[in-house]
Design a protein. Structure first.
Length: 113
């Protein structure tokens, strides 16, 4: 693999995982979908799918937290979920930047795609 392809793979993979930091914006889902549809690189596509799976899981977890707020448990879980939503994409970005040839897998994520 040439250096430009490796740099391109690294950039697109970091962009997919970094888009998760644009919480609730169209970019957080739109960027990984666009990268997944336009890229021919299997590692980049795997990172885009993983980013989308992470976003879907976080959406489901936030909805569950909101429902649990009526039982007062959700108030305690929301800060924890907020930290997870912030920290895990940063870890993923560092990981794909340091190892661009391996797709990153988020822990505790149900894979829908």
């Amino acid at each position: 693999m040439t250096t430009s392809n490796s740099d391109n793979r690294k950039l697109l993979s970091v962009l997919c995982h970094g888009s998760s930091l644009f919480s609730w914006a169209l970019a957080s889902v739109g960027i990984p979908i666009a990268v997944m549809l336009l890229s021919e690189d299997t590692v980049v596509k795997a990172n885009a799918k993983e980013s989308l799976n992470f976003q879907l899981n976080m959406l489901i977890y936030w909805i569950i937290c909101f429902v649990l707020m009526f039982l007062l448990i959700g108030f305690a879980l929301m800060p924890i979920l907020g930290l997870i939503t912030l920290i895990l994409p940063i870890i993923a970005m560092v990981q794909v930047a340091s190892e661009p040839d391996r797709p990153y897998r988020y822990p505790f994520v149900v894979h829908f795609l």
